[in-house]
Design a protein around this ligand. Structure first.
Ligand SMILES: *[C@@H]1O[C@H](CO)[C@@H](O)[C@H](O)[C@H]1NC(C)=O
Ligand SMILES: *[C@@H]1O[C@H](CO)[C@@H](O)[C@H](O)[C@H]1NC(C)=O
Length: 621
């Protein structure tokens, strides 16, 4: 070490040959910086070769994993697909003076973009396929004039495309697709740019003429864009009205819903009909254009609800149909939906949700989901009908669906209390003893029950729920939790599977493998959130920060300080710290990195029941 430091002092004046003879002298500070970086990363098992006392570029088994070395100097970090998370220590990166390329694609980093712009000499910055979110300051890239490639695709960035990106004179490739960038595309003056992708964002307005050489697929999936590449003429009204993509989506949603609802009201008033009464086929590509009046509303017949499109003739406008899969609560039809008042509820990774109140007072939620063409129409119908047959107090069964090639619509009961996410975090955690321990244990138990039911019903699937997270658990009366958004795994296009929460688990990130235990992991995260009221990093997409809750809890247990994590808001309520700790422990056992070490759902339920029994002994039940 001392040698390294001494040599280090002289290095600037040493010749290249001399440096090559003594690579260790150079790497001593790189080594320190890399170890510091490693410390800031969670789940860094892939970096086992990064150990003190070995030279990063000349370790006993070659360079440390993920390093790019030139002449014994670290010039690049390529840490793709290693399941890493945490907050990258930029200070450490700054200390790696030769660093020119930095890539952490396909990991689990979340939160807003770290200060990589302190690395002024960087040529490549690759952050694709993570969970970065929030806005990037407009001048973020202003002092990064060496950048040649910037890849930010498949994240959750919001706000405008930073203006400074459009003025990088050396940039060759820029990948921003599949984020939530909004606003207009800045006008680029980058003579060397030869690969650009801004598709699947929320951009709007005219495509700048400087980008006219790029193909349509570089811009696709931005409904608000206009220009010849996307085949939409830029009229002045369009530019003006498209300032708010949400309003555009609401408008679209309402129209689609209109086409969807016909079926509903009829159904609501109707007595129970069997699923087999509903003709399943007949697709429509014209839902948006079909007037409401096309649907004959024949009282008392479920068959009347617009399913004439059974005879589907391509090219001919057919009626957009709503296929009922569960008419337990009545029968609805398109006209009912169409005449209802609709409101956008928000966008999730899979699509948008709308609230609709129909004239007869019935309230539903319609979710539009794209990228759902893994199955042909018949197989799709069969799968969704299986969802409609589910009957469990903790499982929200869809009422109906609407099928179009580009987009599917699922209609669910509206539960005014919203999701558990909203309940737990919505009002800044001011729930007091309404959410005392017993309530939480019961909610967790209900979720686990629902999950076990799905595991039994869908025993032959890869991952029966596949999308279990707080925002997909709705609260019914008496705090009864209801699972929603389950069972989409077989339906989604393969390249969209990573939108499911199951794909945030270690096995999915590392091996693209999901299983029943993946659902258990997701349950575990919910338990940890319920008992600590922390946001896990996986949920953070609003730029408000968050921590990797799994890592955090695991290390608290290993240090014996787990009681410090318990939600203090309920410590004054009917409570047992011991039981809280036990529940936290169940969460930890459900979130073991290795699926084999994880509990299965039955064991989890058994442990939760033990906690219930203990609460009873304390007189809390
Ligand atoms: C842009 O990205 C999309 C994915 O969002 C992809 O389908 C398309 O082929 C890409 N186009 C170009 C030109 O890279
Ligand atoms: C992401 O990384 C995993 C390994 O962790 C790999 O199997 C998978 O193919 C990667 N995905 C992409 C899109 O690169």
């Amino acid at each position: 070490m001392a040698m390294g430091r001494i040599f280090g002092l002289f290095l600037p004046s040493l010749s290249t040959t001399f440096v090559l003879l003594f690579p260790l002298t150079f790497s001593a500070s790189d080594s320190d910086a890399l170890l510091k970086l490693k410390k800031s990363l969670n789940n860094a098992g892939a970096l086992d070769s990064w150990v003190p006392g070995s030279a990063p570029c000349n370790g006993p088994k070659g360079p440390w994993r993920g390093l790019v070395c030139q002449g014994g100097v670290v010039t690049g970090l390529s840490l793709d697909g290693m399941g890493l998370s945490g907050t990258i220590d930029v200070e450490a990166l700054v200390q790696i003076q030769g660093l020119r390329t930095f890539s952490v694609e396909n990991n689990s980093f979340a939160n807003t973009i770290p200060g990589f712009n302190r690395l002024g000499a960087l040529k490549v910055l690759s952050l694709s396929r993570n969970w970065f979110s929030g806005e990037i300051p407009s001048d973020y890239f202003a002092k990064m004039g060496s950048l040649k490639k910037v890849r930010l695709s498949y994240n959750k960035f919001t706000g405008k495309i930073p203006d400074s990106l459009a003025h990088l004179s050396n940039i060759v490739g820029l990948h921003l697709q599949r984020n939530q960038f909004s606003g207009r595309i800045p006008s680029f003056d980058c003579p060397n740019l030869n690969s650009l992708n801004v598709s699947n964002n929320r951009l709007e307005g005219e495509i700048p003429s400087s980008l006219s050489k790029f193909p349509a697929s570089s811009f696709a999936g931005n409904p608000g864009l206009c220009g010849k590449q996307v085949g939409v003429q830029c009229s002045s009204t369009l530019n003006k009205t498209s300032t708010n993509i949400i309003s555009a989506m609401v408008a679209l949603g309402v129209i689609i819903l209109l086409s969807v609802i016909v079926f509903f009201a009829i159904r609501w008033r109707k007595k129970k009909q069997t699923v087999s009464d509903v003709p399943a086929s007949g697709s429509s590509n014209d839902a948006v254009e079909v007037p409401v009046s096309m649907l004959p509303k024949e009282e008392g017949s479920i068959k009347s609800a617009g399913l004439d499109s059974n005879v589907s003739s391509p090219g001919k406008a057919s009626v957009a149909e709503l296929v009922m899969v569960d008419d337990e609560k009545g029968v609805f039809g398109m006209p009912d939906l169409m005449k209802g008042s609709a409101e956008a509820l928000g966008n999730g990774p899979l699509g948008s949700s709308y609230y609709v109140r129909m004239a007869n007072g019935v309230e539903v939620v319609a979710k539009s989901i794209k990228q759902m063409n893994a199955l042909g129409r018949d197989a799709f119908d069969a799968e969704v009908k299986k969802l409609g047959k589910l009957q469990h107090p903790n499982v929200l069964t869809p009422f109906a669906y609407h099928y179009r090639k580009e987009e599917k619509l699922f209609v669910y009961e509206y539960l005014p209390r919203g999701s558990l996410l909203h309940y737990l975090h919505g009002d800044g955690g001011k729930y007091g003893c309404d959410l005392e321990l017993l309530t939480r244990v019961k909610i967790v138990r209900g979720i686990a029950d629902g999950l076990e039911y799905l595991h039994n019903e869908f025993a032959s699937r890869d991952v029966p729920h596949g999308n279990l997270k707080l925002s997909n658990v709705l609260l019914g009366p008496d705090n009864r939790p209801l699972l929603s958004d389950y069972g989409y795994h077989p339906l989604l296009n393969v390249d969209s599977l990573d939108r499911l929460f199951a794909y945030k688990t270690p096995e999915a990130i590392q091996k693209q493998a999901v299983s029943f235990k993946t659902d258990v992991y997701c349950l575990g995260i919910i338990i940890l959130e319920m008992i600590t009221t922390e946001h896990p990093s996986q949920h953070v997409n609003d730029g408000n920060g968050g921590s990797d809750i799994v890592q955090w809890v695991a290390s608290a247990f290993s240090e014996g300080i787990q009681t410090e994590l318990l939600d203090t808001n309920i410590k004054g309520c009917r409570n047992s710290v011991r039981c809280m700790e036990k529940l936290l422990h169940v969460g930890a056992l459900c979130t073991k990195t290795s699926p084999e070490e994880r509990l299965d759902i039955k064991e989890a339920i058994r442990l939760i029941d033990e906690i219930m029994i203990e609460l009873k002994q304390y007189g809390i039940i």
